[in-house]
Design a protein. Structure first.
Length: 206
């Protein structure tokens, strides 16, 4: 398929997507906000006073959802390699969360508090080569799990985007070693044809 044909198909999908229209009406930065809203409702992910670490946060759709929910007594720290426009109630750190300088910044912002919830909606830059894209996805997921182990409090929760393919189950078994409960969610805002789903892992064990 040519680049022009692919662009036309993407544009048609966008203009016919009800969640794109709802995003524009609600003023959210991304349609992914509706995925998180559904997960919050189904799994009671956060409350006033919660401390949240949002990995791969740009453009800020998920941070935008949780900041008013945690309120002034809570804290939201958003991390991404790409820049993000400022959001009220959100501390943004630009950097690679796997690098020491970034983890030091996160730790400084936490001020000895522990994270209640880690959010990870990251996805790699796609090459179109399935085996490569799948491998990159799991590398990111593995990194997110390492960061989670560094900052998440005991009994805390991790929400992570994954894509269903051959090696996904191997990774999920690894996650199960660290959490008491695992649930798979496919929010209504996830496109039907997409292989994405969200893993909600609760009851973190140190």
């Amino acid at each position: 398929m040519s680049g022009r044909a692919s662009s036309k198909r993407w544009y048609k999908k966008q203009i016919n997507d009800p969640f794109v229209k709802r995003r524009e009406q609600a003023g959210y930065r991304s349609r992914a906000a509706f995925k998180l809203l559904e997960l919050i409702e189904s799994d009671r992910l956060c409350r006033a006073g919660s401390v949240i670490l949002d990995l791969g946060a740009t453009p800020g759709g998920w941070s935008q959802v949780v900041a008013p929910l945690v309120g002034a007594s809570g804290k939201v720290i958003a991390v991404d390699l790409l820049p993000m426009e400022a959001l009220t109630g959100v501390t943004f750190i630009r950097g690679d969360a796997m690098e020491q300088v970034t983890t030091d910044q996160i730790r400084a912002e936490l001020q000895a508090r522990q994270v209640d919830l880690v959010l990870c909606d990251m996805a790699p830059n796609l090459t179109g080569i399935r085996s490569v894209d799948e491998a990159r996805t799991l590398v990111l997921a593995g990194q997110a799990l390492q960061i989670t182990a560094t900052f998440l409090r005991r009994d805390g929760t991790l929400v992570m985007k994954l894509f269903q393919h051959a090696d996904t189950e191997v990774f999920i078994r690894e996650v199960k070693q660290h959490f008491r409960q695992i649930a798979r969610r496919k929010p209504g805002a996830s496109r039907t044809q997409s292989r994405e789903f969200y893993l909600v892992a609760s009851g973190f064990q140190l």
